[in-house]
Design a protein around this ligand. Sequence first.
Ligand SMILES: *Cc1c(COP(=O)(O)O)cnc(C)c1O
Length: 398
Amino acid sequence: MSENFIPLSKPSLQGNELKYVTEAIETEWVSTAGPFIQSFEENTADYVNSTGAVAVQNGTSGLHIALEVIGTGREDEVIVPTLTFIAAVNPVKYCGAEPVFMDCDDSLCLDPNKLEKFFEKECEFSKGILRNKATKKQIKAIVVVHVFGNMADMESILEVAEKYNLPVIEDATEAIGTYYKKGKHQGRYAGTMGTFGVFSFNGNKIMTTGGGGMIVSNDNELLAQARHLITQAKSDPLYYTHDQVGYNYRMTNLQAALGLAQLEQLESFIETKSINYSHYQEAIKKIPGLELFSFRSSIRPNYWFYAIKVQSEYGLTRRELIDSLEQEKIQARPIWDLIHHQQPYKNAQAYEIEKAPIYLNLIVNIPCSSDLSSRDVERVNVCLAKLNEPTEMGSDQY
Ligand SMILES: *Cc1c(COP(=O)(O)O)cnc(C)c1O
């Protein structure tokens, strides 16, 4: 029982992290100016092939700024998924606007068919403006989340968005590195197809700056507005004139030093994650009642999070599975609770939410760190299989 603890997701800092952070400290550029910030922005934009990038404090602040630049205000509504981490939704409220919750499809991401149906049946479209019939409020934008490093159905979502003249903000916080391998958007990265895309470099994401984020766009004018807003909307650096209420959302040079080193390793992280995914896949397909969640076939995913669907055939409930793994020092976790059920959003409009509650009750996330060893994957696989055989379970475990 002296096995090591296997966390759900932890950072891997084996590249140039120490070197670059040391350089930031030795040169005393540790705050919101310094050369690593620009390099990190340029390299990220290069990597995902966007026109530009603006580094920010975290993914949440990036999403907030994207909504602000688009002009989201008190009279507006924004389409959001209900199956997501809550940080995709809260920024709508920061702008004083209201969210309208949508269901997911089988990719766990926003369902484009229900989106279109909602616009067709429940909204009025006139003179390029879409209004919710129930509230008379203008629908201002669509926030799409690329859940677990999968890709939402961007082909369909962008078509619907275009038809109704709506900007799309891609919450690509979990999906840096995911791109279309084929189809209409072949070669395009998650985050670069909408008006704005936002990445997160929180400690649990595929690459980390401790805490941090990045806004990307193909529109330089919009990126300039974003940069202005995150810099306290300072329009004259000498006389300190400000033309708007801005924010202090800039990334520090210390964070960017970490980020630059992490970005250098991103492809190797994805490679490791892809190999570990296959090893999980091989073992899990042999276990009755368990299924490893698969990514959309038209994409190269970044394999950020592994999700298993736990069916009743497995013999253990989702909760029992999580608890049993914990006893084996393996961290697992259920998917997020739905956002339209959360206290601050109980009165918000939610449209035909049917699939999200089903997936909510099926999914467990299992260890997925970027440097997870094959030995640890094997240990998880053995546990998953063993837990399925009731006779081998010592009664003292329960
Ligand atoms: C992590 C995450 C965010 C927020 O990013 P932070 O950097 O933690 O602020 C937003 N949306 C989703 C879906 C996330 O997973």
